[in-house]
Write a protein that binds this ligand. Sequence first.
Ligand SMILES: Nc1ncnc2c1ncn2[C@@H]1O[C@H](COP(=O)(O)OP(=O)(O)OP(=O)(O)O)[C@@H](O)[C@H]1O
Ligand SMILES: [Mg+2]
Length: 302
Amino acid sequence: MFNVTNNQKQAHVIVCGNEKGGTGKTTTIMHITIALLNAGYKVATLDLDTRQQSFSRYIDNRSIFATRFGFDLSLPNHFVIQRDHSDYVSDQENNELKNFLGVVTQIQAEHDFVLIDTPGHDGYLMRLAHSMADTLITPLNDSYVDFDVLGQIDPDTGNVDALSHYARTVREARRQRRIADGGLLDWIVVRNRLTQINSRNKAAMYNSLNSLSMQLGCRLAEGISERVVFRELFPKGLTALDDLDKLLPDTRSKSSHLSARQEVRSLIASLKLPIDELSKKRQQARDAFLEKQTKPVDTIGM
Ligand SMILES: Nc1ncnc2c1ncn2[C@@H]1O[C@H](COP(=O)(O)OP(=O)(O)OP(=O)(O)O)[C@@H](O)[C@H]1O
Ligand SMILES: [Mg+2]
């Protein structure tokens, strides 16, 4: 069980999770990572998707793009939990678990935020990460097929009849977390790939998610639209939050980029992370000022 005490824990842990694959976990967590870096925070990222490692590839692509074209792009301190190849599954799990806890304990002490991307399937590390989260973000495609991992809908009434496996996993993670250190998990479901036209499905999903959120004790965040920009920037490791006019001067879809950036900003605002950008900047300015001082304060300028 999660066993890092409050004394050791400093970073705010954000986990992106959904047992359903392809809902936008990696895309979402990459955007939040860049937003926090741009706001001046010390950010560590951790890829628990040991097979696909898309988050790691996204960050690698960013680093390669920056080096190749001489851009100064912010990068997190990134960690990957390597797969263990011991002969027995129990040894594999134990070794990966040890590795995971070692990395998390270290990076929690050294960063403001730790962001963890998880695979789109159940697993013991994925469950453990959920029980460590301060903020859990669950992106969800705007479809009842995706809704089904959270709750089952009565076809006649449209009411939520039962909680599904992933919802029960989060409930258990919350319970474990309360036992471990009394911490509370803020769970936010984000509708992803929304169509830009109003449809009957869009409205029905909104109503179903609203009633489900009361049963799950989660919040609903502003959604993210289906936009090409969220797909095309991966090979360069860029996000809608980057200065795309400067980085990609040939780009033609400027208004779509701006709308995407605005959506991501609204999403981040609705997460209500413990962010106070201004005070952080003030703190940095103070630190920089103090670093330059070689004399005691009362002799400065004398
Ligand atoms: N808002 C969006 N608009 C358009 N395409 C999107 C959007 N969000 C995600 N995508 C695309 O959807 C696909 C799945 O996204 P992503 O890899 O982020 O999901 P995931 O939940 O991390 O998947 P997995 O479970 O396989 O790890 C990718 O091709 C991504 O580029
Ligand atoms: Mg992913």
